[in-house]
Design a protein around this ligand. Structure first.
Ligand SMILES: Nc1nc2c(ncn2[C@@H]2O[C@H](COP(=O)(O)OP(=O)(O)OP(=O)(O)O)[C@@H](O)[C@H]2O)c(=O)[nH]1
Length: 305
């Protein structure tokens, strides 16, 4: 028993995702499926229109390129792309999900010609939720859950990137490391939860003194690093000093007058003699150690190889 033509059409229109037939010149020649407005807008008004007429030029060109590529490879092409109904003429006011949606397009050459033209079958699946989850996962894998600054994994990725750029193009990069002073005493006296609040507050204050391209990261328990691209140790030392004074008054002002929170900071920069990242990390670590040794609540620069 086989389905007759009418039944086949019923099946096509019952498909959950929209199935477009798009010709080589970008005409919407057919549309099936996608009845659920929770996931899709009703795109029937696009039939007979051209991709270039209904989409912004950039979006239309990339769709045209995908059509060409699928035809050229004569096989299935998978693409992911963002699109909002506001970008598509005819869909602006139709019922459907708002905001920018993400789609996975499965683009397959149409076997035969449509109105004398080559064409593709383009199945568009709404993958917005999956994309959001991927973004959230990526964010979580790179962020310290307590302070919401970058975690050590992200820090090392960024440091590797700048180390590579320095080796190739000699783009300078400075590094600041800092460590809370007598944090154990603070935890013992005020409790671990107050200690946690101090760490969060410290990061918030510190961020206010940084540029957009700088990266603040948690290196370990109460140790943090700041990556400063395109910066020398001399300039970074000024930033470090600003952060030091900000923290020494700011945390108590924000949280509790009784809290005496200070930090010891070490500063260094990439040097021509560095053959590995560990060397600059060792230099800032030594500088923090020296700052502790000299009485804490101070900045020490260690820019010598
Ligand atoms: N509240 C809180 N405390 C933490 C966290 N991570 C590490 N610490 C505490 O940080 C303290 C670090 O203690 P130490 O390494 O002895 O250093 P310190 O007391 O700051 O002394 P100096 O560094 O020599 O000035 C320990 O008591 C840790 O428990 C955290 O996420 N939250």
């Amino acid at each position: 028993m086989y389905l007759d033509r009418d039944q086949m059409l019923v099946v096509l229109n019952a498909l959950p995702d929209p199935v477009f037939v798009l010709t080589e010149t970008g005409l919407y020649a057919g549309l099936y499926g996608h009845a659920d407005p929770k996931y899709y807008h009703d795109a029937k008004d696009l039939l007979g229109a051209s991709v270039r007429d209904v989409m912004p030029a950039e979006v239309a060109e990339s769709i045209m390129e995908h059509i060409q590529e699928a035809l050229h490879r004569n096989g299935l092409l998978k693409v992911e792309y963002p699109l909002s109904s506001q970008q598509v003429k005819g869909l602006e006011n139709s019922a459907g999900p708002g905001g920018t949606l993400w789609f996975e397009g499965h683009v397959q050459p149409f076997p035969g010609l449509v109105d004398g033209e080559r064409a593709v079958i383009w199945v568009a699946r709404n993958i917005t939720r999956r994309k959001q989850l991927e973004d959230e996962l990526l964010e979580a894998s790179q962020t310290d859950p307590l302070t919401h600054v970058a975690n050590r994994r992200r820090l090392m990725e960024v440091l590797e990137f700048h180390f590579g750029a320095y080796r190739r193009y000699r783009h300078p990069m400075a590094l600041i490391m800092f460590d809370l002073d007598h944090f154990k005493q603070l935890n013992d006296r005020f409790g671990h939860l107050t200690g946690d609040r101090v760490l969060r507050c410290l990061c918030d204050l510190c961020r206010q003194d940084l540029r957009e391209n700088d990266l603040l990261a948690r290196f370990g328990g109460e140790e943090f690093m700041i990556v400063l691209p395109s910066t020398t140790a001399e300039r970074a030392a000024q930033t470090a000093e600003r952060i030091r004074t900000h923290i020494s008054t700011g945390v108590a002002a924000e949280l509790d007058e009784e809290l005496n929170v200070t930090i010891s900071l070490g500063v260094s920069e990439l040097l021509e003699t560095d053959t590995s990242l560990e060397q600059v990390i060792q230099r800032v670590d030594d500088a923090v150690y020296q700052a502790k040794d000299e009485g804490r609540d101070r900045v020490v620069v260690n820019a010598a190889g």
